[in-house]
Design a protein around this ligand. Structure first.
Ligand code: CTP
Length: 408
């Protein structure tokens, strides 16, 4: 049987190498990428050549290596720009704290940092550094800044570091990095033509002019789904309650505060979508009466508030039987799977994504999540802890498979 052609065949990849002891692992990465047919151009930071010679990369890639701004051939700088213009993906592996800082702040004093500014395509970064440097707020802030621009990361592993300590900071296994690249090309534009309606974040249900009822949802899961659906070629409308996040670029963004407003927006946009993903933590209760003036303390007895249920958006969608592929979320604190299955049936969902929000390090505010995805045939898949972006990709893979199957 003929071997399936890798989607990396003829992919134009720039491999950025910076001055880390792990630079030698970039050689392995280069070999794996070229083995799958990718056309790789290597660009090195100023000091990277002290760890591995440009000649090694040149010989293995079969392409010139850019490692200085002031090349003997004076057209080298322009050549960089041409490389940037034609590339499909920039992979920086390993990325040092210094290279991350330059990328985050737009500094350009060597070949790699220049190229990053000239390149406006997807970027994947695999950092490697000492544990203390990795944990430093300056580095973490730079990472957050790059992530907010849509740059993706392959986080370093825990392990023995070159400086003799053990902790997070070691370059991710090269096979994990290559896998990320492979997945990128495999999923590129696979959602082209699909229209997604995604909800995210909490809702605010006002009590009086200065107070509201809400929950700790950060919106990160929904924003990750919207970002990945967009990055993979989908059309995305993101309806969000109040969060501190920047909407992913290219999505059509609709802001709302209350469950009622969110419901209005969902019903308004439902007709124009193929897939509805309700990842918002919609408030279940609103104050029966919205006080016009601020409620005063009124002595020591406190205040009794009457709460009434909000509309269940998903139930309403199910009742309209709109023929859409519908995904719900279930934030649980006990009997996670059983409760989720109940919601899946009650709300006529195609998928439900369940997680235990009481578990430490995952859920509401975190960048990671540990979820169980259940489909309408009640096939249950529990995923290990992953970044919310990875969870989003896996969920989108499942949605795509079902979407293709449901087409006549
Ligand atoms: N949901 C909704 N409208 C609401 C409340 C929830 O559409 N008013 C959606 C959520 O976006 C989520 C799913 O329903 O996709 C399940 O939400 P969850 O809060 O876990 O469950 P509830 O159905 O509200 O039930 P309970 O709070 O009793 O667990």
């Amino acid at each position: 049987m003929a071997k399936a052609k890798s989607k990396m065949q003829n992919a134009k990849i720039i491999l950025g190498v910076s001055a880390s002891i792990a630079a030698y692992k970039a050689v392995e990465i280069l070999r794996s990428l070229t083995k799958e047919g990718a056309d790789v151009r290597v660009v090195m930071s100023a000091a990277a050549a002290k760890f591995v010679t440009p000649l090694t990369f040149e010989a293995l890639s079969g392409n010139p290596v850019y490692h200085t701004l002031f090349h003997a051939q004076n057209s080298a700088e322009m050549e960089h720009i041409r490389v940037a213009e034609n590339a499909d993906l920039l992979l920086v592996a390993p990325a040092t704290a210094s290279t991350l800082g330059k990328m985050a702040h737009g500094l350009a004093d060597d070949a790699l940092s220049n190229l990053y500014l000239a390149f406006d395509g997807p970027t994947l970064i695999a950092p490697a550094m000492n544990e203390g440097m990795w944990r430093h707020p300056a580095v973490q802030e730079n990472i957050a800044r790059l992530k907010s621009r849509g740059v993706k990361f392959v986080d370093p592993e825990r392990g023995e570091l070159a400086c003799g300590t053990t902790g997070p900071g070691r370059l991710a296994d090269t096979s994990v990095i290559v896998d990320k690249v492979r997945n990128y090309f495999h999923r590129r534009d696979d959602l082209d033509g699909m229209r997604f309606l995604v909800t995210a974040g909490p809702t605010h249900e006002p009590i009086d002019p200065v107070r509201y009822l809400s929950n700790p949802s950060s919106g990160k899961m929904g924003y990750a789904i919207a970002a990945q659906a967009k990055a993979r070629g989908g059309d995305v409308v993101l309806i969000s309650g109040p969060t501190s996040l920047t909407p992913p670029s290219g999505v059509s963004f609709k802001f709302c505060k209350t469950a009622d407003e969110m419901n209005g927006l969902v019903q308004e946009h439902l007709q124009d979508c193929d897939v509805l993903i309700m990842s918002a933590a919609v408030g279940d209760f609103a104050a029966a009466e919205l006080k016009k003036e601020k409620i005063k303390k009124q002595g020591a007895d406190g205040v009794v508030l009457k709460l009434i249920p909000t509309k269940d958006i998903l139930l309403e969608v199910a009742q309209r039987n709109a023929g859409k592929l519908v995904v719900g979320f279930a934030a649980e604190t006990q009997n996670t799977v059983a409760s989720a299955v109940e919601k899946l049936q009650k709300k006529h969902l195609d998928f439900i994504v369940a997680n235990d929000v009481s578990a430490p390090g995952i859920g509401f505010q975190s960048d990671a999540n540990e979820v169980t995805i259940i489909d309408r045939d009640e096939n249950i898949e529990s995923l290990p802890r992953k970044s919310k972006l990875d969870v989003a990709d896996i969920l989108l893979d499942k949605i795509l498979a079902r979407f293709k199957n449901s087409k006549p």
